[in-house]
Design a binder for this molecule. Structure first.
Ligand code: AMP
Length: 282
């Protein structure tokens, strides 16, 4: 595995691979790698000649009161984990390398951002779309792998790829969970011991909602109430949102039908967590 820290070298390497006719699978991450990230890498490994990952905690996607400074980082361990997955190239730029000058252009996401994390985190998806535009130009991927844990991100990036005509196939990957159901996240280390015990309730509440839908409930408001009540009764977290939309369109629904997402975000004392389920309703 080759670790590259400059854009110039990365682009040159990727161009060389492309010239040799190699397909490139790309997994962008913010590091502190866990089984969720590794699953993306394995899928990329299966489907491409070359696997490239990036580790970059992107400052411009964090709001002023968010956790950019305290976001967990462990590059040594990440390197070992990536090597274990036979990653070919690890792109690890500094903030100065990615943003050397005050920017003259940023990507603004117009659709699908007035709900869910887009609403709670103003500017977040502009930061994500901007850094991915750069990373796509740097890593020149054939396919890019994203987790459905960040389902709104998947929908927004699909828009970025199609609106800006990137010749890239987006591959969405299912959420990887702990045995007790908690969605794996780099941020889970920031849960206090008691909160860690409560956190599986997030997924449990989504499973209960799924159950209710399977039994015939089609009113989104009833689903939202069930999820909220479960979280309020069983955790000390503060609910940021529990919402139900069509997916990937993220349009509001009066009645549950077609492809839908039930998504939530909650705040524990040191950390904000998200989770979701995507369902097909006949
Ligand atoms: P992050 O490092 O949090 O930016 O995540 C990098 C990529 O890994 C994103 O596409 C995430 O959606 C994905 N990812 C993070 N956690 C999980 C998980 N538990 N299951 C599947 N994918 C995940």
């Amino acid at each position: 595995m080759k670790v590259i820290t400059t854009i110039k070298e990365m682009q040159a390497e990727m161009l060389k691979q492309k010239d040799m006719g190699k397909s490139i699978g790309f997994v962008p991450t913010m590091g502190f790698l866990h089984e969720g990230h590794l699953t993306l890498m394995r899928k990329a490994r299966q489907e491409n000649d070359i696997v490239t990952i990036s580790i970059f905690v992107n400052p411009i996607q964090f709001g002023p009161n968010e956790d950019y400074e305290t976001y967990p980082r462990d590059f040594e361990k990440d390197q070992e984990l990536a090597m274990g997955e036979n990653v070919d190239f690890l792109f690890y730029p500094s903030v100065e390398e990615m943003y050397p000058n005050p920017s003259t252009i940023k990507v603004i996401v117009q659709e699908r951002t007035n709900v869910l994390c887009g609403k709670s985190r103003p500017g977040h998806f502009d930061g994500v779309a901007t850094v991915l535009t750069k990373l796509f130009h740097i890593a020149l991927p054939t396919r890019a792998y994203f987790g459905k844990k960040d389902a709104q991100q998947v929908a927004v990036i699909q828009g970025l790829i199609s609106d800006f005509n990137f010749p890239i196939e987006l591959v969405p990957v299912d959420i990887v969970r702990e045995e007790d159901g908690l969605a794996k996240s780099s941020r889970n280390v920031k849960l206090l011991p008691d909160e860690r015990k409560q956190a599986p309730t997030l997924y449990k509440s989504l499973e209960m909602a799924q159950d209710m839908i399977e039994k015939g409930e089609r009113d989104p408001l009833k689903i939202i109430s069930l999820v909220k009540e479960t979280i309020e009764n069983e955790t000390n977290s503060v609910i940021d949102y529990v919402e139900v939309y069509s997916y990937p369109g993220l349009d509001p629904l009066e009645k549950l039908e077609g492809s839908i997402i039930i998504a939530l975000a909650v705040k524990f004392s040191m950390v904000r967590l998200i989770d979701n389920v995507i369902l097909e309703i006949k």
